[in-house]
Design a protein around this ligand. Structure first.
Ligand code: HEC
Ligand code: HEC
Ligand code: HEC
Ligand code: HEC
Ligand code: HEC
Ligand code: HEC
Length: 280
């Protein structure tokens, strides 16, 4: 009886050892995947849903208007970026890429700054005509008009599932839009240094580091100062804590790719080896 028990226990102990070994092996093999799945889940849960295409990239300005009893101003990126590159407003006209930061006042734009640089009655409708106030200070009717205008505009452009639902990169490379790089001869942009022509790999330690960044594509619409030094360090891999989380909360790539350029939901446009699992 004793020997039977002993045999039973050694067998039992052995099987526990085997079981532990198996578990360890399983964890080792599966750990990369398990972490990825956890990370992916977390990322997908953090990303806000897309919202209506026509509203993506619209900036609602109400800080000053509220006090003055005027309707808020709705500035739409989609209607302006077809005519002008980002640098026209965000470099030449000194408008900030953080909403509310510029602090535009009526006195500013009636003297030709910011919106007033173009809305002068020649390039675009004037800020001084009393019949034009509602075209920027929008009420229900004007908002409806803006949505209709968007639908007509977008219907002839290449589609995507996110952001404005418009593939702006394709629009640009196919010449469907031809935004000007400057509105004054005093501000001709420099050309891109040759050493920045090749796309650079953005490598972190993670298994999914398949993201590359093209200076050439971005420079087509933006200047160095739109990214350096505020958003990115100019030293390769100098940008600290470059995680997807921080991106989603509007840092780094997310400073544009959550607000105006195609949003983070569109995984595969940056992670070329990923599919878009997040849905709309
Ligand atoms: C091209 C667009 C545009 C047009 C046209 C326009 N505004 Fe404005 N207006 C703005 C913007 C932008 C602001 C700043 C909004 C904010 O941050 O609250 C503003 C702010 C204001 C303010 C807030 C007080 C202040 O000093 O800034 C008043 C009042 C105002 N506008 C009146 C008018 C009137 C009256 C008209 C028509 C004669 C008009 N606006 C036409 C864009 C426009
Ligand atoms: C016609 C002028 C104009 C053009 C062109 C333009 N922007 Fe803007 N952008 C603005 C204004 C005005 C604001 C709001 C600034 C403020 O509130 O102080 C803004 C805000 C932003 C913001 C912050 C938005 C938010 O919701 O917080 C981002 C990001 C941005 N722009 C990126 C871009 C990019 C990228 C391009 C080129 C594809 C571009 N802009 C082209 C005028 C422009
Ligand atoms: C670099 C030139 C430029 C600047 C700066 C600019 N706009 Fe415009 N905007 C245009 C042009 C061009 C149009 C289209 C022509 C027209 O309708 O007269 C336009 C059209 C608009 C429209 C009509 C509806 C639409 O979206 O098509 C609104 C509203 C508007 N702009 C608001 C603004 C506000 C607010 C600002 C400042 C925060 C601003 N714009 C700055 C050039 C500019
Ligand atoms: C849209 C954003 C953006 C614009 C615009 C931009 N850069 Fe960069 N740049 C980056 C990013 C992202 C990195 C990588 C940062 C990192 O790895 O930490 C980078 C890295 C660099 C580096 C280091 C490259 C290396 O191989 O060591 C240099 C130099 C640089 N940029 C110069 C420029 C110049 C000059 C311009 C204008 C012609 C410019 N950048 C425009 C985003 C931008
Ligand atoms: C200052 C604004 C800005 C920043 C910061 C920025 N981008 Fe972009 N990016 C754009 C704009 C604008 C486009 C044109 C496409 C669009 O608007 O949807 C673009 C296009 C792209 C494209 C081309 C997609 C295609 O289908 O051809 C890729 C890839 C891309 N960005 C990746 C990145 C990555 C990765 C980062 C961070 C390292 C980054 N971008 C940071 C503004 C920005
Ligand atoms: C605008 C470009 C862009 C888009 C869109 C984008 N990513 Fe990323 N992602 C990055 C960059 C940049 C990094 C950090 C650099 C690296 O790891 O190569 C990153 C890192 C990651 C990582 C590594 C872990 C981490 O936190 O650093 C995962 C996982 C990831 N992304 C998943 C996703 C998923 C899922 C989506 C779509 C829902 C997505 N990404 C959309 C640019 C993007």
């Amino acid at each position: 009886m004793k020997s039977v028990l002993k045999l039973y226990f050694t067998g039992f102990r052995k099987s526990i050892v085997y079981l532990l070994l198996l578990i360890t092996l399983f964890i080792c093999i599966d750990s990369s995947q398990a972490i990825d799945r956890f990370e992916l889940g977390k990322i997908i849960n953090t990303i806000p849903p897309n919202g209506p295409f026509w509203k993506y990239g619209n900036v609602v300005m109400r800080r000053k208007t509220k006090k003055a009893g005027m309707s808020p101003v709705v500035f739409s990126h989609w209607s302006h970026r077809q005519h002008y590159t980002c640098r026209v407003c965000h470099v030449d006209l000194a408008m900030s890429m953080r909403s509310g930061d510029t602090g535009i006042t009526r006195a500013d734009y009636t003297s030709g700054k910011y919106c007033g640089a173009c809305h002068d009655g020649r390039v675009a409708f004037s800020v001084k005509e009393s019949t034009n106030c509602d075209r920027c200070h929008m009420k229900e009717k004007e908002l409806q008009d803006l949505e209709n205008q968007f639908n007509a505009f977008a219907s002839r452009l290449p589609l995507t599932n996110f952001g404005n639902g418009i593939n702006w990169s394709d629009c640009l490379s196919n010449g469907l839009i031809k935004p000007v790089k400057s509105i004054s001869s005093a501000n001709i942009p420099m050309s891109l240094p040759d050493k920045l022509r090749n796309p650079m790999k953005l490598g972190t330690a993670t298994a999914r580091s398949d993201v590359s960044f093209s200076h050439e594509d971005h420079f087509a619409e933006m200047d160095c100062s739109n990214c350096h030094p505020d958003i990115f360090s100019i030293k390769k891999k100098g940008t600290e804590d470059f995680s997807m989380d921080r991106n989603i909360f509007g840092n780094f790539c997310g400073a544009c790719h959550m607000l105006v350029a195609f949003p983070m939901n569109d995984c595969k446009r940056c992670h070329t080896s990923m599919s878009n699992i997040s849905g709309v």
